[in-house]
Design a protein around this ligand. Structure first.
Ligand SMILES: Cc1cc2nc3c(=O)[nH]c(=O)nc-3n(C[C@H](O)[C@H](O)[C@H](O)COP(=O)(O)OP(=O)(O)OC[C@H]3O[C@@H](n4cnc5c(N)ncnc54)[C@H](O)[C@@H]3O)c2cc1C
Ligand code: FES
Length: 1274
């Protein structure tokens, strides 16, 4: 839309500066961070701040300097110290968001050359962290010392002098930018601004542009006014009664002002300021805080905006101005509700905000609870204030406002009035809670869901306020008001995490042979092959490929119905949009339209919301999207099936039941002392790779040849699908993948569909097609991890031995089969996790529903089945009264065993990992400390859990393990390695180069990797299942060994010669310097008819111990410490492998504790971006995070005795889940709630809070609506 064109600075960057990445477009991911520098002519100061370029209107940058990552440092000039450190300390994986990290740090260092750790974490606030950026935060226990280049003063930022001159001149001149339909005006003084506002009353004032509606609403605004150059709007003054802050001051400036003012004033005057500061610390991320203005915040009045309730209870006053004069209005609940007589008039603007000093007998508090502690909008927030009659606890005035309970911030005005004159005591609290719950209504169908939780927060916050005031009264008048009881003290205090500290211990000293030549890099922590390029932004991803001549852009039209017949597709209006070239539908596919299972373009019927129906191709991406908006599709609705329960009811499954059984289940139950039965739900997970799906298809113009550049884990599949769709031979389709910006299983099957969609369009138009999904489209269309439902019946003896388990797992496959059959097979095969259950029956089903098709995801079913098993193990512990770790120990596999499907399993290293983890984590002493803490703290609880893991690597079919490589040696001695594996950030190419270097006995600098392509290695298997490096490594090794063997006679003749001499000699002797290497694959066979076989090549073992603390009143939790011991055997590259373990673990923490996909009752996904779907951020890294690789361990069947550990660590994230479970159990025990209980995953703030049942949850539950309502979400 035109608005998008205006606002997207990244669109301008798309031309050349591709280091700035586009991850979400709504200010939520930080991948697009740049530094903005401005010159302030009056103060002669240069200001720097980080900003999300996806929100920056281009016109707003006139006379500002924009520094992108390219301006910080590059391999062509000199790498900046930040970039160097990030790369050398292994701080990047896929590298897609790394430039954004660099820019956040760079802007911080510009303002604070020696930042504190707190400032560093604040700068990275909310930055996502499946990657290992934590490394730069963590003070390394690493045994490796890195050498860094000295700082080069020529890299210092220089503000362009001509911009200084412009800034000075511009002071006096109105700036007007005219587009075809939109005009942007930037006035110089207040009078001019007010005249403009009188002339264009509907024109928005754009300051930070972080109120996203403008970007999203599609409403055309002919005029925008940019008031940021007007000094009156930047005023900061300290009056006798309070502070006056200009409306255009950013929230970051407001924070800095308050931080300066608070220590300078008497404490009693600063209560409102301190409450504001508390909100400002966790409100959004630093980029948004730097952009968003106080005036914009107040006027946009988002229901969850955090400052408004505090400003309102603090009796702030808005100074307004219009052409007709000035006036002041209170910022109160009526203003926030938008009542006409309390609001701005269309021609008025806010000039400044007056925030009064608090009084001596005032008490002010602020609360907010979000789904993630940082960079997430609140679920509920509040500002509360009470004024007492001097020297008493008699309420003279009281004001409470809540955000997050509906579309606007609301006041508990009536409740407060009823409480005036009352004493501040428990009876008052009790009545206040009842009054507030009566006054603040929240319908059971309220948008956003979480209704009970939100209502609980209303009263939990009130209770916290009650205690904070009691505490304050005692501090003010110790003689009059007693100390707060120890029990209640624990409800107070901010719940912030400490700066994370990390330690990684691995093999270098123990396992790498001391006589290994220094040139041989195997086993050493070599930096990621693209690490520096990640940090400089030079690493090229699919959409960074430069514009191709005549290229067109493609955007898709997706189904808005979960299940419906397509009646008509009307393309006429779309074709009229300027720039639109064509609309492509299923009719245009010359060959096969996807697979029998999954159509590329829907034909006749749609089977989920988000299914691709047709595509619009246009000269620009914006025009293609405009065309999509004009498409009209008529549907006839059919009945959808959405949930697993629905599918079970309708017998709607894919394939047959998958079953394995061992022992005699009936006998097993007979020998049990007790039997328990239960169910558990585990939610799905969005892959949230930072690079969305992307493909560029270029017809070569002869013989039907086509190049397909694609972000995929499986280039061969893309090639096959495109060839079938175009009805040409595979040999005509050339697929290329340089690197992928994260995949996690999500780019195994789906990219082939996107490539077909684009290739059919390229075939129809004869022009290259670029197709990059927006974040919301990617989340809508691609599915994710399978939601899971499991039923169990478990028999056990009183001493904790499990005698029998009858298990029924179900997964929600969505609307097509995709990889779901394999996922349910893995669920069934891996359910035993680390336990020998003598009598076990597992029967699994993949449910067919009308949700988007779910697909592969790191761990492939095991994260669900493993959590399920650990849940019933935990329940057995509760039931027997024995400690969880004892039940785990008693039932754990020991020594050599058989799995339930009769595969041999040597569990020696499982037990070693468990014991070592117990020891390293000091489990027992910390468990005692946790118990002690819990005795002392009623409203905060700690929990600790240790979880063992058996993870099976690879696939249960031999052909999926085959791999090939092609290695060329050129006459100058340089080596080009290529193989079938794809770089997803897991460091596969780094490892392959290490292998080639060892086998050829040449330094790493001689060896290069260019791209994965179907031209060089045909029929490559998908890069997945943790075996990519294993099997491709064997192929590279094979190719290099062949070459080395060919060279041997020459080397033997001239042993003192150099590599280059031998290569020249080989060429002269006509010895081929190119070889293919091959690995047939690990032999596996699984027979599902008998339920027996060798399903996996080998197992990875591990154990993790986590400790958490929960806030019982809000459900918040923080990860205090995690110790992981992983049996990675001999790691080819321990830095890369530990990065995989850490990244996967954090992704597991996300799966099990925060990531929640929500659907409407009609099957429409609500969670379509980082604003609604929260993945872990820097604040979720455990404060103490220690990873140990089990020493002296070997895996004889794999290359150099390594193990694939790309996925295993994810499951260990559940140690956090069970630590929370442990804390919740402590709460429930203390509250007298005995017996077993179930916790579903993800264990979100909402679930934790509601499980910590108390008076407040009870008050809310009493208000039940007898289920007579239409829920907001499924
Ligand atoms: C990713 C993200 C995360 C966020 N997280 C949080 C959070 O955790 N907590 C929170 O509280 N908020 C959060 N926000 C919201 C943020 O606080 C507001 O969007 C912001 O304060 C609006 O200010 P702005 O300068 O960007 O307004 P703009 O978008 O520039 O303008 C918003 C509106 O205000 C009007 N306006 C602006 N200035 C004036 C004025 N002086 N007089 C009259 N009208 C004016 C404009 O006409 C426009 O209609 C988040 C936003 C984003 C994008
Ligand atoms: S792309 Fe700008 S914040 Fe995500």
């Amino acid at each position: 839309t035109e608005n998008q064109q205006l606002f997207s600075l990244t669109a301008a960057f798309a031309v050349r500066l591709s280091g700035t990445k586009y991850g979400c477009g709504i200010g939520g991911c930080g991948a697009c961070t740049v530094m903005i520098s401005t010159y302030e002519p009056t103060s002669k100061k240069i200001m720097h701040y980080p900003a999300n370029s996806c929100l920056l209107p281009i016109c707003s940058l006139h006379s500002s300097a924009v520094t992108t990552v390219e301006g910080v440092g590059s391999t062509k000039t000199r790498v900046h110290p930040i970039q160097e450190r990030l790369a050398k300390c292994h701080g990047s994986q896929c590298g897609f968001c790394t430039p954004g990290m660099v820019m956040s740090m760079y802007a911080l260092l510009r303002n604070h050359p020696e930042p504190s750790m707190e400032q560093i974490t604040a700068a990275l606030d909310g930055r996502f962290t499946f990657t290992i950026v934590s490394r730069i935060l963590q003070n390394g226990g690493n045994q490796v010392c890195y050498e860094f280049q000295p700082v080069d003063p020529t890299q210092e930022f220089i503000f362009p002098p001509e911009l200084m001159r412009m800034a000075q001149e511009q002071q006096k001149r109105t700036l007007v930018f005219r587009g075809e339909r939109t005009t942007w005006i930037s006035p110089t003084n207040l009078r001019e601004l007010l005249e403009l506002k009188a002339m264009y009353p509907k024109a928005p004032l754009i300051v930070g542009n972080t109120r996203l509606e403008m970007k999203r609403d599609g409403v055309h605004h002919p005029v925008f006014i940019h008031p940021t150059r007007i000094p009156d709007l930047h005023v900061v003054s300290n009056t006798n009664n309070g502070l006056v802050i200009g409306a255009a001051c950013s929230l970051a400036q407001l924070r800095d002002i308050l931080m300066k003012v608070v220590p300078e004033l008497p404490e009693e005057k600063t209560k409102i300021f301190r409450a504001l500061l508390q909100q400002l610390k966790t409100l959004a991320g630093e980029q948004i805080r730097s952009l968003a203005s106080l005036g914009g915040h107040i006027v946009s009045r988002g229901s969850t905006w955090d400052l408004n309730p505090v400003l309102a209870v603090g009796n702030s006053v808005l100074s307004l101005a219009s052409k007709d004069g000035t006036r002041q209005i209170p910022l109160n609940d009526q203003f926030l509700a938008g009542y006409e007589n309390a609001d701005l008039k269309p021609k008025e603007i806010i000039v400044s905000v007056f925030i009064p000093y608090s009084k001596k007998d005032d008490f002010v508090s602020a609360f907010r609870q979000a789904e993630r502690r940082r960079n997430a909008v609140s679920v509920v927030n509040s500002g509360m204030r009470v004024l007492f009659k001097p020297n008493t606890d008699i309420i003279m005035d009281m004001n409470i406002l809540y955000g997050g309970t509906g579309p606007i911030t609301v006041s508990a005005r009536k409740s407060c009035q009823r409480l005036i004159g009352r004493q501040w005591n428990e009876q008052m609290l009790d009545e206040a809670c009842k009054l507030v719950l009566g006054e603040i209504s929240l319908s059971p169908s309220a948008p956003g869901g979480k209704v009970e939780y939100r209502r609980t927060l209303l009263v939990s916050f009130l209770f916290k306020f009650y205690l904070e005031v009691l505490y304050g009264l005692n501090k003010m008048y110790p003689a009059k008001f007693p100390d707060l009881s120890k029990k209640n003290l624990s409800a107070l205090g901010a719940f912030h995490s400490e700066v994370p500290q990390g330690m990684q211990t691995y093999q270098v000293s123990e396992d790498v042979d001391p006589v290994q030549p220094p040139q041989d890099p195997v086993g050493r922590p070599i930096m990621h092959q693209s690490g520096v390029k990640h940090a400089t932004g030079e690493a090229v991803y699919c959409n960074d490929i430069r514009a191709v001549d005549e290229e067109l852009f493609l955007a898709v039209v997706t189904s808005s119905r979960a299940h419906a017949k397509i009646v008509t597709i009307d393309v006429s209006e779309a074709l009229k949009v300027p720039g639109v070239v064509d609309v492509v539908t299923a009719e245009d596919v010359p060959g096969k339209n996807g697979t029998d299972d999954e159509q590329a373009y829907a034909k006749d019927e749609v089977i989920c919301v988000g299914q691709i129906v047709c595509a619009v191709v246009a000269e620009s991406a914006v025009q293609a999207k405009q065309g999509v908006e004009k498409m009209k599709i008529e549907y006839e609705d059919l009945e959808p099936i959405l949930t697993i329960e629905d599918a079970i009811k309708h017998n709607s499954y894919f394939g047959k039941e998958k079953k394995i059984e061992q022992g005699n289940i009936e006998e097993g139950f007979k020998s049990a002392d007790e039997i328990i039965e239960g169910e558990i739900h585990i939610g799905g997970q969005e892959h949230f790779y930072l690079e969305t799906n992307s493909v560029l298809v270029v017809p070569r113009g002869e013989d039907n040849e086509m190049d397909v550049h694609v972000s995929t884990q499986d280039a061969a599949r893309v090639q096959e699908f495109v060839a079938l769709a175009l009805d040409v031979q595979s040999s005509k389709i050339m697929c290329h993948t340089k690197r992928v910006g994260g995949a996690f299983g999500g780019k195994i099957t789906k990219p082939a569909i996107f490539a077909v969609v684009a290739a059919v369009a390229a075939n129809k138009t004869g022009r290259p097609i670029r197709f990059t999904l927006e974040r919301d489209e990617d989340m809508l269309i691609t599915g994710g991890r399978h939601p899971f439902f499991g039923k169990y019946k478990v028999g056990f003896t009183n001493d904790g031995r499990i005698t029998a388990a009858d298990i029924e797992p179900y997964i929600n496959a969505g609307c097509t089969l995709d990889d779901s059959e394999m996922v349910i097979e893995y669920v069934v095969l891996k359910t035993d996790n680390a336990y020998k259950i003598p009598n076990l029956r597992i029967r699994g089903r993949a449910c067919k529903t009308n949700l988007p098709s779910n697909t592969a995801f790191r761990g492939f079913g095991f994260p669900q089945s493993g959590l399920f098993t650990e849940s019933w193990i935990t329940t057995v512990a509760t039931q027997t009264g024995l400690p969880q770790e004892k039940i785990r120990e008693i039932n754990m596999y020991k020594e050599v065993n058989l799995t339930p499907f009769k595969e041999e399993l040597d569990a020696t290293n499982l037990v070693k990992c468990w014991k070592e983890c117990m020891e390293k984590s000091e489990y027992y002493s910390r468990k005692t400390a946790v118990e002690e803490f819990n005795k002392q703290n009623y409203w905060k609880k700690k929990g600790i859990a240790i979880i063992p893991m058996k993870f099976s690597v690879g696939f249960n079919a031999t052909q999926y393990h085959q791999a090939a490589a092609l290695v060329h040696i050129y006459t100058d001695g340089s080596v080009l390695v290529t193989h079938g594996g794809i770089e997803l950030g897991q460091g596969i190419h780094t490892k392959m180069l290490q292998i080639a270097s060892r086998e050829l006995k040449v330094p790493l600098s001689y060896v290069h990797f260019c791209e994965t392509s179907t031209i060089t290695v045909p029929n490559a298997i998908v890069t997945a299942g943790s075996i990519g490096s294993d099997v491709n490594g064997k192929a590279v090794q094979n190719a290099c060994q062949i070459l080395r063997k060919r060279l041997e006679p020459i080397i033997n003749k001239n042993p003192e010669g150099k590599w280059e001499d031998w290569i020249t000699e080989a060429y002269d002797q006509s010895v081929s310097l190119s070889a293919t290497g091959y690995f047939r694959g690990y032999m596996v066979n699984m027979n599902w008819d008998t339920g027996e076989g060798q399903a996996f090549p080998y197992f990875v073992f591990g154990a993790a111990c986590s400790e958490v603390e929960i806030d019982c009143l809000t459900g918040d939790h923080k990860n205090i410490r995690t110790d992981i011991v992983m049996d990675a055997c001999f790691s080819i590259n321990p830095a890369v492998d530990i990065g995989q373990i850490e990244g996967a673990f954090v992704q597991g923490v996300g799966l099990y504790t925060m990531e929640e996909i929500k659907f409407s009752p009609e099957g429409e996904q609500y969670t379509l971006g980082p604003d609604t779907y929260k993945i872990p951020a820097v604040c979720d890294i455990p404060e103490q995070f220690r990873v140990y690789l089990l020493p002296n361990s070997r895996n004889p069947i794999a290359i150099y005795s390594a193990k694939g550990i790309g996925e295993a660590g994810l499951f260990l994230g559940c140690s956090v889940f069970f630590a929370i479970w442990d804390a919740v159990a402590a709460v429930r025990k203390e509250r007298g709630l005995t017996g077993t209980f179930t916790l579903n995953s993800p264990l979100t703030i909402e679930r934790i809070r509601m499980a910590c049942a108390d008076n407040f949850t009870e008050m809310v539950r009493l208000d039940d609506h007898n289920g007579l309502f239409w829920p907001w979400n499924l």
